[in-house]
Design a protein around this ligand. Structure first.
Ligand code: CA
Ligand code: CA
Ligand code: CA
Ligand code: CA
Length: 124
């Protein structure tokens, strides 16, 4: 536990009464106690997302990789689902981008050739 029981003067298990949000992450010290997060660290699991953001996005602020797919929550495209690992998403996006680029250049080349042959024809 991150909480020091000796500073729990009023017995409500909430520390930092004078400073409502010690680490300034948007979660009050009392709320951090409830969630089990570190009241002196804005990002308890150091995954790049603040404790407050993880709570509001329904992620585990105590786990850097909520869905266990190997990608930290901070860079995980879908941090709540390991069904589609990020690498697959990246490969699909790259594949689509490549197909579009190749198709675009083929079309451009094809049009150029057609324009050339059309401009040559009337001369004959
Ligand atoms: Ca806080
Ligand atoms: Ca915190
Ligand atoms: Ca975090
Ligand atoms: Ca993940």
């Amino acid at each position: 536990m991150f909480f020091d029981k000796s500073s729990n003067f009023d017995g409500d298990k909430l520390t930092g009464i004078l400073v409502p949000d010690s680490d300034n992450d948007g979660l009050k010290d009392g709320e951090e106690y409830i969630y089990g997060t570190n009241p002196t660290s804005p990002d308890t699991d150091r995954d790049g997302l603040s404790d407050k953001e993880e709570i509001s996005r329904n992620l585990n602020p105590l786990s850097a990789d909520t869905d266990g797919d190997g990608w930290p929550d901070g860079i995980d495209l879908d941090p709540r689902s390991s069904l589609i690992p990020n690498i697959v998403i990246v490969v699909i996006i790259l594949a689509f981008a490549t197909i579009i680029i190749v198709y675009y250049y083929k079309l451009k080349k094809h049009r150029k050739i057609r324009n050339k042959s059309q401009s040559v024809k009337p001369l004959k």
